[in-house]
Ligand binder design. Structure first.
Ligand code: LLP
Length: 404
């Protein structure tokens, strides 16, 4: 994304023209950036060619997932709906892993019928349920057990998953008990150890620690795991001064770990694949003056992009047409929803704005549209994919009639 003659453009297409043609608010994705992210991800770990299972929860657009599939990626799903979307996008079931603490009988049964690669179980009760279903279908089901490595991912508390107080995975002792239980089962084949310690991780050290725990546990469990699923969590730079994850060091740690094992590594990245491919274009409806700040009331709201309201996340915000006139007032960018948390960001020294101006919120490709809702009976937004000089509408804007 850059300014061409003061007009913000995504892969040479002017954002202003997109807004004019398709309306606002709207999610725009760059195919070029997607391709670059996938190729970088593969390059970072090419020495052991992992199976990369895209975390569908980060972006559930079936047409976008279809593009991702074309690069050979599989999928990490956490519900029957996500599994159905992954299959609809043409992802090979043999490249699909199913995670999550609360899979229902119906979901397990569906996953077994679809012959997916792995169901990553997170409790004894879930393993019993998988076994019961497998037995009733006279099948042997491949599973993984998710370990809770009690490792602090050093990320936001709300998106940390690998500490013992978190609901995810099982502790060391339960892990050994379950390994022994699976060894005796006729309908379960324990093929994988899985971990996922959190999201938006920018420091490689928690990953190194996680690998040390996994190594110790595999040795103790005395079981050969065909797959080691290391989850996702690789962070991206939302702000200029964000430090970057050192992939090289993570790669070295995995290579060292693999010296002792012949397992295939699985990753479940979401944000690092799609985070920076997306922009949310929005229009200023009104500017409301207050003695301390001006409220920039946008047509996008927290139902369209939840991350700021939910986690205090900050998305870089840019004017679509550059004027070089700076506002003397502090700007608070808000949406029209009746909640005080319907607020995106507060900025000093933003470019002077007027009503009907356009702005863009950056890096919203992951957990943007997928976390959106119909709160306040607001229709879900359109999504477009910019591919070369083409603009494809990959999801139509919901109509009010769909909701009422
Ligand atoms: N695998 C599992 C088991 C997960 O729970 C997650 C994310 C991922 C993979 C993908 O993680 P990623 O590579 O995208 O970090 N809504 C939050 C993020 C929640 C992440 C939940 N789990 C946000 O907007 O920051």
């Amino acid at each position: 994304m850059k300014y061409i003659n003061k007009s913000l453009s995504i892969d040479k297409i002017k954002v202003q023209d997109i807004a004019k043609k398709f309306g606002t608010p709207i999610y725009c994705y760059s195919y070029k950036q997607l391709k670059e992210n996938i190729s970088n991800f593969k390059k970072n770990f090419k020495s052991f060619s992992p199976l990369i299972c895209f975390a569908i929860k980060s972006n559930t657009n079936v047409n976008l997932i279809r593009e991702i599939r074309k690069f050979g990626l599989g999928a990490d799903v956490v519900s029957m709906g996500e599994l159905m979307i992954a299959l609809k996008a043409g992802i090979d079931p043999k490249k699909i892993v199913f995670s999550g603490v609360g899979k229902t009988s119906r979901e397990i049964s569906y996953a077994v019928d679809k012959k997916i690669l792995l169901i990553n179980a997170e409790s004894k009760s879930e393993i019993n349920e998988i076994e019961r279903i497998a037995k009733s279908k006279k099948k042997v089901v491949n599973i993984g057990i998710r370990l809770n490595p009690n490792t602090d991912a050093k990320t936001l508390n709300q998106i940390s998953t690998g500490k013992k107080e978190n609901k995810f995975g099982v502790d060391e002792k339960t892990f050994f008990d379950l390994v022994n239980y699976c060894k005796l089962s006729k309908n379960i084949d324990l093929k994988c150890l899985s971990v996922h310690i959190g999201s938006q991780i920018l420091n490689h050290k928690p990953y190194e620690k996680m690998l040390r725990v996994v190594d110790k546990i595999i040795k103790k469990s005395n079981h050969r795991f065909k797959f080691i699923d290391l989850g996702g969590g690789m962070g991206i730079s939302y702000e200029k001064n964000n430090k970057k994850l050192n992939y090289q060091k993570y790669n070295i740690a995995i290579k060292k770990f693999l010296k002792n094992y012949d397992s295939k590594i699985i990753f479940e990245p979401g944000r690092s694949i799609v985070g920076n491919i997306g922009s949310l274009v929005s229009k200023v409806i009104y500017i409301k003056k207050n003695d301390k700040k001006d409220f920039i009331i946008l047509d996008a709201a927290m139902n369209d992009l939840m991350r700021p309201a939910l986690y205090g996340a900050n998305h870089k915000t840019l004017p679509v047409i550059k004027t070089n006139q700076t506002s003397k007032k502090v700007y608070e960018f808000v949406g029209p929803i009746c909640e005080s948390t319907d607020k995106f960001t507060t900025l000093k020294k933003f470019q002077k704005l007027k009503e009907k101006d356009l702005v863009v919120m950056c890096d919203v490709g992951a957990y943007g549209m997928s976390l959106s809702s119909n709160y306040n009976v607001r229709p879900k937004l359109a999504e477009i994919l910019i591919k070369g000089s083409k603009i494809n509408v990959i999801k139509k804007r919901q109509k009010l009639e769909d909701l009422i």
